[in-house]
Design a protein around this ligand. Structure first.
Ligand code: PLP
Length: 230
């Protein structure tokens, strides 16, 4: 299957879920292009895809420079080391992996130095899987308190990578949980925090994620095929 037919199939699926459930909201599709080279990113772009997700800063910057096209929008979706933050100034729409105080501190510092505001999503690890990054729910109040003190960091929503289960009903609880937290934060009106993006759903679980309220899905394999890590 070609990238363009894969993209069309996903868009059709999204439209079908939306009409089945009478969902009115827009759902943003992020094409996760980690390990995928710039030519294939360009192929997706030429099929109408504008937003891409990368999980490594170096790889993101390389593609940003190779593609050299201001219509192509990148998101940082992977674990972000503090010493790499400086490279992302002006390069990404959202850092979706804000998951700890030390990273917040570095974002604020680099933002201030460059007079640049970082737009972020808080990444939550609801199942507390040790193999995964992401903030634990009980650490959220402390992070929020510090976000309210920032001048160069804005939080625009939440992101999660749900645990992998063959049985999608077991995944659903985590999406429900993230949606609850999202609604709760939206009602609280914290400084520097608005809830615009609920980023949840990947190749195997995006349908359930949309059913549970996602408005941003991050799809790699179903667009570009299985990843080759060598
Ligand atoms: C790799 C990745 C995805 C996409 O996963 P697929 O299963 O290939 O769709 C989505 N989100 C994050 C954070 C990822 O690292």
């Amino acid at each position: 299957m070609s990238i363009s037919s894969n993209l069309n199939e996903i868009k059709n699926n999204i439209e079908n879920i939306k009409s089945e459930l009478s969902i009115e909201r827009d759902i943003t599709l992020i094409a996760v292009s980690k390990t995928v080279d710039s030519n294939r990113v360009l192929e997706a772009y030429n099929s109408g895809q504008l937003e891409f997700g990368e999980n490594k800063v170096q790889e993101l910057i390389k593609k940003y420079e190779e593609l050299n096209n201001s219509d192509i929008i990148f998101h940082m979706i992977g674990h972000l080391q503090t010493n790499k933050v400086k490279y992302l100034v002006n390069k990404v729409k959202l850092i979706q992996s804000l998951d700890r105080l030390s990273l917040l501190k570095e974002l604020e510092k680099r933002g201030k130095n460059n007079n640049y505001v970082f737009n972020c999503l808080i990444e939550l690890n609801l199942a507390k899987e040790e193999s995964k990054t992401g903030l634990h729910e009980e650490d959220l109040p402390e992070l929020i308190e510090k976000i309210e003190e920032c001048n160069y960091v804005k939080v625009k929503g939440l992101m999660t990578v749900a645990p992998y289960f063959e049985d999608l009903e077991k995944v659903r609880v985590y999406f429900k949980k993230l949606k609850d937290i999202y609604e709760n934060l939206a009602s609280k009106k914290f400084k520097n925090i608005t809830m615009e993006y609920l980023s949840m759903g990947m190749s195997h679980d995006y349908k359930v994620a949309i059913e549970e309220g996602s408005n941003m899905i991050r799809i790699g394999t179903s667009i570009f095929g299985e990843r080759n890590y060598d």
